[in-house]
Design a binder for this molecule. Structure first.
Ligand SMILES: [Zn+2]
Ligand SMILES: [Zn+2]
Length: 767
């Protein structure tokens, strides 16, 4: 019987198969796009949020092991907004006609890199079938709460193209048909927070053959047009960004692939660098004309999916699907590691799994499997095709792989999972080949063969009418090929080491970066893998402590925030500690063994102290003893108590004693809000007064939390006061209790800690 880790049934079906239907965001969430709803699902992997409202991943036919390891999903959704644009009013020419103005559906969506929203997570951009674009962000709770409309983007495009006099031409420029948000470029040295948050680009392609580049402005919290380029007079049906290359110290460049209906692909190189004087990005766009003749060939075969993948030896390969074939393309020049170049075309063979099977079906997913060096392409007919040795010499393997990683076996595995799920749902007659399993979207959820796909049943021979409201689609998570225990073990340990020792992609929250590790920990039924992971985390080679520096430019909240944020975010020592804290927290939830739990608790305590100490050192050394206004007394006194209690280094204690002599009177730090007695004992996240009252401590400012208006970490559950910008945006009146509102030093510290300072998880606001 096929194993299924998670299966959930969602109302309605996908608009069309494609890469937009199921997507993973950097925050670790899954976007599922159906005709009328954009589902935002959060797997219960690495999150400790209340799961009472979660969609259960296991069903009535699940085995005990499956129930134990099942992944549940926290969910929220974005409903279709009302159409604002009537295209007939913009232009009455036939090419600008949009036929779904009356009944709008979701057409596409994409997520920004993490770190842009108010909780430092992803933003979403959506495209409806009325060709309207919008930007969305979470309000309080990214996993279960409302996502609000931040900006209608179509009016922004209208303003950008307002000087185009021809109404028809202008309307075509506004009619968006495809979107893609670039990845985050690698951090440039000494880059300000403002520059790094505005470093990625949203590419928007229109029916006029023009790509418009939009950039997020963190000051106004909105998108603005950065540039545009004309490619052809034809539609641009799909877009794909390559990762940014960081060959130079200050310049970043990426390639944007743009597919046209004729089957041709245009490549544009997008380069940007920072202008230090104006603190802004300078963008350069150029069309690539050499070595791309094979891509520009017009064969009138529409491209159903387009994606750049990066192989394990860091070569970028463009993968795209046309009816009956998969094409791979890479450049010859400039990449030492590339073993092949140019275009490789692979003719697919039909995998007979149902009556509807055909290799000419459109693609529903393209994934790169790192440990196999293979590309996995899922088609709408439910089949899956594997292309092996992608970095050396791409090779299509239909059957005969010893570990079951070939097209025939993987397609059969998809079919087997569908048959099992479908028979559990219907409990009617046996599922036959006449019930086709259509795949509308598919992603590599975690390495080790754990694929996630959206499946719907289709009976080509049944002519009865089923209304849209009665149609259902299922999200399935299952292993499609098997790995030995040793290989799973290697992937897990290598995965941890790679993430802990890198200084790249630091903007991605740990739940998104370590999904494969979390998945393997969840699936291991005994403690052996867990013990190895805990061992590794305890004995990991420490990153040497960095030097803390004083910054004379710090004058007010804004300059302090600008100096503080990069010091917290990209400090390699803090980064490593945060990942260890995160993984240890997850490990502690994975076991019931009391001895192992206490080992983990001890390690957590140590990491906790290290993180507090380093953050305190960064902060105190940065501000020195410059700010002696009375409003900061309470806040500084608390930090001094903390510095003494944690036995900070001599450099920090020296500054602490200098601040202490400047404070007007001796202030006891924290006092109990109930009885005014001094706090006598501190535990992880808690404080106790002399009379025994216990209070939670803010994980950012170390103050007593006597207000319900808090942020709670979605991973380790620790609490913090709201950051000033959040208090403003949530319109919270309870500002009197907010220490952050009284001392701008505390405010800036809160603002610089948009994520949990301990585990790096995203915060949610519950009240
Ligand atoms: Zn008390
Ligand atoms: Zn946390």
């Amino acid at each position: 019987m096929a194993t299924i880790y998670s299966s959930v049934v969602l109302p309605n079906v996908a608009t069309s198969p494609g890469l937009a239907t199921v997507q993973l965001t950097e925050d670790g969430q899954v976007l599922v796009l159906t005709r009328t709803s954009l589902h935002i699902l959060t797997p219960t992997l690495g999150f400790t949020l209340d799961q009472s409202g979660a969609l259960k991943g296991s069903g009535k036919g699940s085995s005990d092991d499956e129930r134990k390891t099942a992944i549940n999903w926290l969910r929220t959704q974005i409903e279709l907004p009302i159409s604002n644009v009537l295209w007939a009013l913009e232009s009455d020419e036939f090419p600008t006609a949009v036929f779904s103005s009356l009944e709008s559906l979701w057409h596409s969506c994409c997520a920004s890199p993490s770190g842009l929203s108010i909780v430092d997570g992803c933003l979403l951009v959506t495209l409806t079938s009325n060709l309207e674009l919008a930007l969305w962000e979470p309000v309080k709770h990214f996993a279960e709460g409302e996502w609000r409309l931040m900006q209608n983007i179509t009016p922004l495009l209208k303003e950008h193209y307002s000087d185009v006099k021809n109404r028809n031409q202008r309307a075509l420029r506004l009619q968006t048909v495809s979107i893609a948000w670039s990845p985050q470029p690698a951090q440039i040295q000494d880059q300000s927070t403002h520059l790094s948050r505005s470093a990625s680009l949203l590419a928007v392609a229109s029916r006029a053959g023009i790509v418009t580049f939009l950039r997020y402005d963190p000051l106004s919290n909105s998108l603005a047009c950065a540039s545009d380029t004309t490619l052809s007079d034809d539609w641009i049906t799909s877009l794909a960004w390559s990762p940014w290359s960081d060959a130079g110290l200050v310049k970043r460049s990426a390639i944007l692939a743009c597919a046209r209906p004729s089957g041709a692909i245009e490549l544009i190189i997008v380069s940007q660098e920072t202008d230090q004087a104006s603190l802004a990005w300078v963008l350069q766009i150029e069309r690539i004309t050499t070595d791309v003749d094979e891509l520009l060939l017009e064969d009138d075969c529409q491209i159903s999916a387009l994606r750049w993948i990066t192989t394990h030896n860091q070569v970028s390969v463009l993968v795209f699907c046309k009816p009956g074939r998969v094409c791979l393309f890479t450049f010859a020049t400039g990449v030492a590691a590339a073993r092949w170049s140019g275009l490789r075309t692979i003719q697919l063979q039909t995998q007979r799994i149902s009556v509807e099977s055909t290799a000419f079906a459109p693609a529903a997913g393209i994934s790169y499997i790192r440990d196999r060096d293979a590309v996995v392409v899922a088609l709408f007919d439910g089949s899956v095709h594997t292309i092996h040795r992608v970095s050396e010499a791409p090779e299509y393997i239909v059957n005969g792989d010893a570990e079951g990683f070939d097209s025939a076996s993987v397609s059969q595995a998809v079919r087997a999972a569908f048959v099992r799920h479908h028979s559990q749902l219907t409990s009617g007659p046996k599922t036959t080949v006449h019930e086709a399993n259509r795949t509308t979207g598919c992603v590599n959820f975690a390495d080790s063969g754990h694929m996630l796909w959206l499946s719907e049943v289709h009976r080509p021979h049944a002519y009865d009418y089923v209304p849209d409201a009665e149609k259902r689609t299922s999200l399935l998570l299952a292993p499609l090929w098997r790995l030995t225990a040793e290989k799973t073990f290697t992937i897990t340990i290598d995965g941890i080491q790679a993430v802990v020792n890198t200084n790249r992609e630091l903007h991605i929250p740990p739940a998104g970066r370590l999904r494969s590790v979390l998945m393997n920990l969840r699936l291991s039924l005994d403690d052996s893998l867990l013990r190895q992971v805990v061992d590794l985390l305890i004995n990991i080679a420490r990153t040497p402590e960095t030097f803390y520096d004083f910054d004379p430019s710090v004058q007010d909240a804004e300059t302090l925030l600008r100096a503080l944020k990069p010091r917290f975010d990209v400090n390699p020592h803090l980064h490593q500690l945060r990942l260890r804290y995160f993984l240890l927290t997850v490990c502690s939830q994975c076991t019931n063994n009391s001895e192992l739990k206490s080992t983990i608790a001890q390690a957590l305590q140590q990491v906790d102290v290290d993180i507090t100490r380093i953050r305190l050192a960064i902060f105190l050394v940065l501000i020195g003893d410059k700010f002696i206004e009375q409003e900061h007394d309470q806040f500084l006194a608390r930090l001094l108590v903390q510095a003494t209690r944690l036995r900070c280094s001599a450099q920090v204690l020296d500054i602490a004693s200098r601040i202490a002599t400047r404070l007007s009177v001796t202030i006891p730090g924290n006092v109990c809000p109930a009885c005014d007695e001094a706090i006598v004992t501190y535990d992880v996240g808690n404080a106790r007064c002399a009379r025994g009252h216990v209070w939670a401590i803010c994980s950012v400012t170390a103050s007593i939390l006597a207000t319900p208006h808090l942020r709670t970490c979605s991973v380790c559950n620790r609490k913090a006061l709201l950051a000033p910008s959040q208090t403003h945006s949530l319109n919270t009146r309870d500002t009197l209790l907010l220490v952050a509102a009284r001392s701008w030093l505390a405010g800036a510290l809160s603002e610089a800690s948009r994520r949990c300072p301990y585990c790096g998880g995203l915060f949610v606001v519950l009240v």
